[in-house]
Design a binder for this molecule. Sequence first.
Ligand code: PLP
Length: 406
Amino acid sequence: MPQRVYADWNATAPLRAEALDAMRPFLYGEAAASFGNAASVHRFGQAARAALERARRDCADVLGCAPGEIVFTSGGTESDNLALRGLAWAARYAWDERRLPGVPRLAGARFEHSAVRETLAALQRQGFEVEGDGHGSVGAQADGRVDARALLAACDERTAAVTLMLANNETGVVQPVAELARLLDERFGPRPGRAWPRFHVDAVQAVGKCSLKVDELGCDTLALSAHKFEGPKGAGLLYVRRGVTLEPLHAGGGHEDGRRGGTPNVAAAVGLATALKLAEAERPAHVARLSALRARFEAAVLAQVPGAVVHGASAERVANTSFVSFPGLDGPMLVLALDAEGLACSTGAACSEGVGRPSHVLDAMGLPPDLGRSAVRFSTGRLTREADVLAAAEIVARVVGRLRAK
Ligand code: PLP
């Protein structure tokens, strides 16, 4: 069988060698003796603590924030949960203390990742008001971008938090995060004086592709996940702006400045920081290279597959993502057929893979169910070569042609 092509980098990426090398001393009980518990006072603990704080400083440099504003977590899902549940419950306690009427509200768009959508739905079940159907009601425009003013209109004086992802995981479309931050400042007063609404940004798919400077983005909290940028799986961070109070998800020994109980995973934090620093340093060259590869891939697919539709192509997209519908075909079946021919891709978010529902992202863009059901996502990364994307386009054309002929 010819070499397989991996075109599912938005689902996950391999661990890069530099990250693994940096992690090694914190996993083994070797000479460096750095495997200690970062909370221990002895030398073993001190070495671990020093590495953890170095990793925190490195991440803070990339985000343009203070090290104390970084909380290490187990990944993007935990970071989104910590932000939204943490902000919601902190607001609820403050509401009760001040005897404010009603319950805090939450707002978000319909095309968010399930880590955000399901957290909003869970908060609604816990008695918070979530605008829309509990998963956010504001859709996207036909190009995949949300209208920042529509999201602003979903917020009022009772809104504890509003959430907007930086890059969509299915279409790759970059959302108007800085614009929404500015509109929130105009309407509700500037931070830091303003208590609510807080603004959460899921930037999980944006690393190495967009600037992550939190002051430019204007967010209060921001979620990252290491395995999307060649760091270890099960590692993430949440940026929490100074002065923003979060109710922790799990109580414990006061770790992470009381914001996340539990012995920190030092090796994971070191691997995350190493991969993040490299992704940011390589960003300009990476974006230029992947944009060119995507242009070749999409041109080849559109030339060879009649009726194929590339979503979000008229908006700014992260450089590595193509979300393409093949009308008349079933997305999950197509993904299996492509895999059988050596091309790994997906219908969208890996966690909802196989569910067989039309893409909620395309639905939020107002597209018909046939386009949503027949959509397949191709996403590239640092190790993708030109030969891979040309082979991918050739496999797509061949398999789609065969399935359509049936
Ligand atoms: N947010 C977005 C936009 C994602 O794409 C993902 C993963 O697919 C997550 C959150 C969840 O991240 P993790 O896999 O680290 O839990």
